[in-house]
Write a protein that binds this ligand. Sequence first.
Ligand SMILES: Nc1ncnc2c1ncn2[C@@H]1O[C@H](COP(=O)(O)OP(=O)(O)O)[C@@H](O)[C@H]1O
Ligand SMILES: [Mg+2]
Length: 279
Amino acid sequence: MTNDIHVDHLYFRYHEQAPYVLHDISLTVKQGEWLTILGHNGSGKSTLARFFNALHVPKEGKVISCGIDTKHANEWVNIRRQVAMVFQNPDNQIVAPTVEDDVAFGLENAGIPYEEMHERVYRSIERLGLRGLETQEPHRLSGGQKQRVALAGALALRPKVIVLDEATSMLDPTGRIEVLSMVEKLRKEENITIITITHDVTEAMLADRIIVLHEGSMAYEGTPDEILSDENALRKVGLRAPFIVQMANELKRQQVPLPNGVLSHEELVTSLCKLKPIT
Ligand SMILES: Nc1ncnc2c1ncn2[C@@H]1O[C@H](COP(=O)(O)OP(=O)(O)O)[C@@H](O)[C@H]1O
Ligand SMILES: [Mg+2]
């Protein structure tokens, strides 16, 4: 069975008379890939994400998640177990009085036997670096720790795909790095497909591939190098290139011979250091 997600000519509107908020979306997310869906507020990202795990089901078009057509209502529970979601506000996702109970919550609902549940909860807590916090109240944790608890709860369900819908946007920079590095680890070590949804161009750098949504349509698709270095293209969809990209482009306009695709501080510094000194 394939663990890919396929979206085929998907159109969607919230009500019969309302305008379409998704227009002819077709995409595939491959197993083990990190895809970012990037777009400004209201571009349709969250709406699209809800199709991946059958929270929305197509009337026009088709969505196949992990080999299952999401139109089959008897498969929704199964699909939601395989495609886990982590949302923006960590406080809204806390359901239990302790970290370990919170991580176990989804497993209890899924009727997993106690022994196995115990093992899965402790393994997930370990994987997300939460050892020592098992009996803490989730509300007392930092934002980054809370989102790691949410990720641990998702991981315990042994999903094929984790979708993070703006899951770092309420965190401070430390919390953001904390969560994103865990996401990278899960992808590498567990081969879990990652879909991050964001309006943050800096966060989009981390993905293998970016799809840019604009007014419910797919505006661009490509690697972070291709998408984020094109300031004009980003401007057309209401986004600004990352600061480093703007700076590198400005240096190039000033005849500094930098290579294409400079996205990070490190790349910029390394490229500048490689230049011959002006004599
Ligand atoms: N429950 C809803 N009912 C009606 N319209 C909605 C609902 N949720 C979102 N929308 C509309 O759909 C469009 C896309 O919203 P959304 O998917 O939340 O975008 P994003 O996640 O990119 O900010 C917006 O115009 C928004 O107002
Ligand atoms: Mg959203």
